[in-house]
Design a protein around this ligand. Structure first.
Ligand code: LLP
Length: 413
C-alpha cells in the first residue's frame, strides 16, 4: 500500500496502524486492505481519464463496504454474476451504474439484472441476445462484446482478446456484425456501444490502441449499415499493477479522436474496467510461520496458502515476502514458502529470500494481494477463509470476519 512504512524494530505500519498489532488482534492469516490506496487509485483513474467512465471490475475484490467506497468515489461497477450483483445492490450501489458481464449468464441472472434495473448488460452470445430480448419488459441498454483478434501477450488462462477463446463475438468472422443485426431486431434492446476485454496484466498501451482502431472501424461500419452512431466504447480492463495510466489516457484518447475523424464519426465515450490496477496494491496478507524444515531446501510453512492465494499454482504468479515484527541481522538465505494444504503444489514462493534465522512463530507479510485473492479464496481442506481488515483514517475496521466452522457447515441440509 501507499502508506506502508517499515519501522526499525521490524514492524510495518500502514497509515500508522501496526501490522503486528493487527495480527495479534485478528489472528492470522489475514488480508489487510488500505482504503487510502484504494481511493487514491480510483482518483488516479479519474484524473488520467477525466471524460471516461471508470467501472471497477468486481471480480477483483467485492464486498458491501468496497461497493460503498467505489460508489462514493464516483465509479461504476462491472459485475459478472448474480452474486456480485446482489452484493452491490444490497450495499445501495446505484443500479444505473452497474454493468452485467458473463459469457454464459443463466436466465435467473438476466432476470435479476432486469429486476434490479442495471444500467447495461454486455451481450456475449446469440442465445443470450434472444433470451434477453424475450425477458425484457422495458427498454434495456446493452453492449455487444466483440473479440477483436488482438493478443494482449498475457498468460493463456487470461488472454481474452484473441480469436480462439470462449468470449464475445468475433469481428473477423462476421459474428459481431451479425450480433448487431440480431440485437437491433429486438424492440426492447437498446444497443449503446461495443465492449472488448483483451486480457489481464497488460503493460503495453499499444495493445489498447490496436483495439481502438479495430473497434472504431467497426463503429463506422455500423454507422454506414444501420445509420446509428453508438455512443459508448468499453475497452475492458486488464491493466497491469504498474500500468502507465497517464500514457494510456492520452494515447487512447488521441487514437480514438484520430480514428473517428478518419471515419467521420462522433467520438464515443470511453469506458474502462480496471480491477487489479485499483485493488492489488491496496492489499497485503499476513501469515504466521508454523514450521521451518531445513534440508536440501528450506521449507517455511505458513498458516495459509493455496486457499487464500491460488495464483502461484494457477498462473505461476510470483510474490515478494518479508519478515514482520522483529528485526533480524542474520544473513539472508533462500527459502521456499509453502502453505498448509494437503498437496505438494501448495507453494506460495519457490525462491523467497528470508533471514536465515526464520523460525516457527514469525510473522510474514506478502504485499500486493488486494486483487483476486479474497475473491478467489476457497475453503479447500475446510480451511476457513481469512478476514479482511480495512485500514482507513481511524480504527481498523473488520470488513469481513474470519470464516467459522459453523459457516463451513451452514449449507449442509
Ligand atoms: N472486464 C472484464 C470483462 C473482465 O473479464 C476482467 C477480468 C476485467 C474487466 C478486469 O481485469 P483486470 O483489470 O483486473 O485485469 N483471476 C485472474 C484474473 C482474471 C481476470 C478476468 N477478467 C488473476 O488472478 O490474475
Amino acid at each position: 500500500p501507499d502508506r506502508a512504512q517499515a519501522l526499525p524494530g521490524g514492524d510495518i505500519t500502514v497509515g500508522g496502524t501496526s501490522l503486528t498489532g493487527l495480527a495479534e488482534r485478528f489472528d492470522t492469516p489475514g488480508y489487510v486492505v488500505d482504503t487510502a490506496t484504494l481511493r487514491a487509485r480510483c482518483r488516479a483513474y479519474r484524473a488520467a481519464l477525466p471524460d471516461a467512465e471508470i467501472a471497477f471490475a468486481g471480480k477483483a475484490f467485492l464486498c458491501r463496504r468496497m461497493a460503498k467506497l467505489l460508489a462514493g468515489e464516483g465509479l461504476s461497477l462491472d459485475v459478472c454474476s448474480a452474486g456480485e450483483l446482489a452484493t452491490a445492490t444490497s450495499a445501495g450501489f446505484p443500479p444505473g451504474r452497474i454493468m452485467l458481464h458473463g459469457n454464459a449468464k443463466p436466465d435467473h441472472e438476466l432476470r435479476a439484472a432486469l429486476d434490479a434495473g442495471v444500467g447495461r448488460i454486455v451481450l456475449d452470445s446469440p442465445d443470450e441476445i434472444d433470451l434477453l430480448g424475450a425477458l425484457a419488459t422495458r427498454r434495456q441498454d446493452v453492449l455487444i462484446r466483440v473479440t477483436p483478434g488482438i493478443d494482449g501477450h498475457t498468460h493463456r488462462a487470461v488472454a481474452t482478446g484473441v480469436e480462439d477463446q470462449k468470449f464475445g463475438f468475433s469481428l473477423a468472422s462476421g459474428q459481431a456484425a451479425e450480433a448487431v443485426r440480431r440485437v437491433r431486431s429486438k424492440p426492447l434492446l437498446n444497443l449503446v456501444g461495443l465492449h472488448c476485454h483483451l486480457g489481464s496484466q497488460i503493460t503495453d498501451v499499444e495493445v489498447y490502441e490496436r483495439a481502438v482502431r479495430a473497434l472504431a472501424g467497426f463503429l463506422a461500419e455500423i454507422a454506414v449499415r444501420h445509420g446509428v452512431t453508438l455512443p459508448q466504447l468499453d475497452l475492458g480492463g486488464g491493466h497491469a499493477v504498474n500500468f502507465d495510466l497517464r500514457g494510456f489516457g492520452c494515447r487512447v484518447k488521441n487514437v480514438l479522436a484520430q480514428e473517428c475523424r478518419k471515419h467521420g464519426l462522433a467520438a464515443p465515450r470511453l469506458v474502462v474496467e480496471p480491477g487489479r490496477a485499483i485493488a492489488a496494491r491496496a492489499g497485503l496478507t499476513v501469515y504466521r510461520v508454523i514450521t521451518v524444515k531445513r534440508g536440501v531446501r528450506t521449507f517455511v510453512a505458513v498458516d495459509g496458502g493455496f486457499s487464500d492465494n491460488p495464483r502461484p499454482a494457477l498462473y505461476g504468479a510470483r510474490y515478494a515476502v518479508r519478515l514482520l515484527g522483529r528485526a533480524s541481522s542474520a544473513p539472508v538465505a533462500p527459502a521456499t514458502v509453502v502453505g498448509r494444504h494437503c498437496e505438494a503444489g501448495d507453494v506460495l514462493m519457490r525462491d523467497a529470500v528470508l533471514p536465515g534465522d526464520i523460525a516457527a512463530g514469525d510473522l510474514l507479510v506478502v504485499p500486493c494481494t488486494g486483487a483476486y485473492h479474497h475473491s478467489m479464496a476457497s475453503t479447500y481442506n475446510s480451511v476457513r477463509r481469512p478476514p479482511v481488515i480495512a485500514i482507513g483514517d481511524g480504527e481498523p475496521e473488520l470488513w469481513i470476519r474470519r470464516e467459522s466452522a459453523e459457516d463451513l457447515m451452514a449449507r449442509e441440509v
